[in-house]
Design a protein around this ligand. Sequence first.
Ligand SMILES: [Zn+2]
Length: 434
Amino acid sequence: MRYRLEAGTLIVPDQDGSVIRHGQITWEGQEILTVGPLDENAPPVDQVIQIPHGIVMPGLYNGHNHAAMTLLRGYADDSPFFEWLQTHILPAEAQLTSEDIYWGTLLAAAEMIRSGTVGFADMYFEVDAVAEAVMRSGLRSWISRGLVGDDDPTRTKLQESLDWASRWRQRGDGRIIPMLGPHAPYTCDPDYLRDVAQAARAEDLGIHIHLAESEDEIHLLKQRYNKSPAEIALETGILENRVLIAHGIHFSDDDLKVLQRHLTGGIISCPVSNAKLGNGILPFQKIQDHQIPVGLGSDGAASTNTLDMFQEMKAMAWLQKVRTHEPHRFTAKDALKTATTGTASVLGSDGGILAAGHPADFIVVDGSRTHLTPEWDVIANLVYAATGADVSYTVVAGQILMAEGIITAFDESEVQHQVRDRTRRLSGGAHGGL
Ligand SMILES: [Zn+2]
């Protein structure tokens, strides 16, 4: 099928935020064919979609997620980070079955499709269930099983991860990219990280890891190993692979020099999670000065509550201005680039660009909304005024996953019903069901 979408506005951020008024995009299979002004003499297509008030823009990428944590949305809010993780979240996760994780991932997928996310990097367990849910949803995903060194003395889980990766490389139809997911240097000792790094190299897999998320982590690693997170990543060989570094807030200047020399991949900032858990604000300018790529992620819904990447763009822009006291830094264009091409390139994808030959991964925002009127600066509207709820179409790998606000790929109400039913079984929560 060949499609043409005619819309009021097209955003082309790879050309420094260029805007095409009254434009069209055509695509066939998984690929964009043309992007440009409306052309009455354009060759015929199988289907034409006209959205006069639509703003077509590249889809958003979520570079760090634990999708099935939608099951624990609102479960333990307002706690300090280590207490949140160890007292509340880990015991709750121990109660989850693979079916729970399938439905939790599909709930996350519905939320992501609704709010304009086209692909996400995930770290969780029961990764067959995660991958099955991603296949059903139509989204793209860079999936890793979270590995904890102490739980894996015989490396069985690492081997299972490798077996899983080779299976899903074939089955994933190009939409699933398997990775290895050592959780963090405080849950995986250096010997374990060394084994993961070596396996990743041998199998040509990327690595997804939490690094430099909290000040407590920096102190703990100093105390335990007398090393910084970047030193550990370098010495264990982790940096010899493509690496998604989730968070990356508390790197020292020496750490950043190490990453500048050795890192392929980049840092995925999760501004809402970092703010909410009191972990801090990414020093974006300093990281950019070291030419380290930065993308954007939400982290799991248990800490962020929503997977809306419009919220993350807005939060990142606000927080950078709070941090630097310089409102001209980290503009709306910077936010949009970070959430599209920035994150896609950290993931190793050529998505995030509306241009011929690139993946047909894009969304349409309904520009007729009151809070998006008038349109002095459409990019400022998208970053500072829009929310994920303004997205009306989501297209991934050429497939229309949502049209006119209705998810076409699966039954959204069945997913909500399953999740409500299954979470009733879980006990606990930080506030004991007030
Ligand atoms: Zn995380």
